[in-house]
Design a protein around this ligand. Structure first.
Ligand SMILES: [Ca+2]
Length: 340
């Protein structure tokens, strides 16, 4: 484990806050006002690599410690970050609590780091909440009130080829392309939007009871995250819920699942406020791997008001995986590299 951790840290994979040792330099963040919702005791929480110094933990599970701590990248985090549900408020900026020197837990879940294959420009004003790739084109949903949009984006240039602005009262979230339709969630409005893929004409709305965070599909079902450890499955035609699954690592719930992407039979989910992506078996809900994406942005890239990692898209035809973040100036094509 220690060898794995050292290797991970050395390669830019920065681990959960209870795993971060003195080798990690904290980057001060900005405080936010979490819209905290109590989480069940014993849930896993993961902290990212750019710790803030001003956030006050408010989690209901503070002080508890799950019996099983699952991966080298994820630690039960008694002093975990503050907000445990709800996406960032419009003025939220890069979050995360600081490192500790707690001893790392044991784990058996595989860890991956990354190799950058290509770097593309990304609109630094895009508060990315959803990302998808279809037939050579990126589709991106952005958030924030009065700034939310649906975009068709040229990968190579980052140029916005088509833009649909959401009504000012809707906070856009996850996006997926299903056939000739694009579907977009909203954060707290309980309203999903269905568009014609070509014209961006808003064809219909639908409702769901939870918050809306990430969205993808497996060809048969839409898959929605709501900020908890639960993923919901929707019928793509009726847009009604047909099932759900709880996501865990060795039995410990993994919360704050955010942007989603279905990749070769797995669901990839980035965990809000971290640089971690969970690889999830959709049949069992088990996390089968953790991807550490710390270090994608250079210090110069971080000069701007960048926010957290958020945005995974997959090109199945060419086996290309893309990631970006909220207000990030770059979008990365990466390949996964197993650690250990
Ligand atoms: Ca996605």
């Amino acid at each position: 484990m220690n060898r794995l951790l050292r290797s991970a840290l050395g390669s830019g994979l920065v681990l959960g806050m209870t795993l971060i040792s003195s080798g990690c330099t904290a980057t001060p963040g900005v405080s936010e006002s979490p819209t905290a919702t109590a989480q069940p005791s014993g849930t896993i929480s993961v902290a990212g690599p750019t710790p803030a110094t001003t956030e006050t933990p408010t989690r209901a599970d503070a002080g508890t410690s799950p019996a099983v701590t699952p991966t080298a990248t994820v630690a039960a985090s008694p002093a975990a970050t503050g907000a445990s549900a709800g996406d960032p408020s419009p003025d939220a900026v890069t979050p995360i609590a600081g490192p500790t020197t707690d001893a790392p837990p044991e784990t058996v879940t595989p860890i991956y780091t990354y190799q950058v294959v290509n770097v593309y420009p990304h609109d630094p004003k895009a508060f990315t909440q959803g990302l998808a790739f279809d037939e050579g084109i990126l589709y991106e949903g952005t958030g924030l009130l009065a700034r939310s949009s649906l975009r068709r984006v040229e990968l190579e240039t980052g140029q916005v080829l088509q833009l649909h602005n959401l009504p000012a009262n809707l906070f856009g979230e996850g996006v997926t392309v299903f056939g000739d339709r694009i579907i977009q969630l909203t954060w707290k409005s309980h309203v999903g939007l269905v568009y014609d893929k070509e014209t961006f004409e808003r064809q219909r709305d639908f409702t769901y009871p939870t918050e809306g965070w990430g969205l993808t599909h497996d060809g048969q079902r839409l898959i929605i995250s709501d900020g908890s450890s639960t993923l919901h499955f929707l019928d793509p035609e009726t847009l009604e819920e047909i099932g759900w699954i709880d996501i865990h690592d060795d039995g410990v719930p993994v919360t704050r699942l955010n942007e989603l992407e279905y990749v070769q039979g797995e669901i990839f989910a980035n965990v809000w406020k971290t640089d971690l992506v969970a690889r999830i078996d959709p049949e069992t809900g088990q996390v089968v791997g953790w991807i550490g994406l710390a270090g994608l942005l250079s210090p110069e890239d971080r000069d701007g008001p960048i926010d957290v990692l958020n945005g995974i898209a997959y090109d199945p035809e060419n086996d290309r995986l893309f990631v970006t973040g909220k207000l990030w100036p770059k979008l990365f094509e990466i390949k996964l590299v197993p650690l250990g």
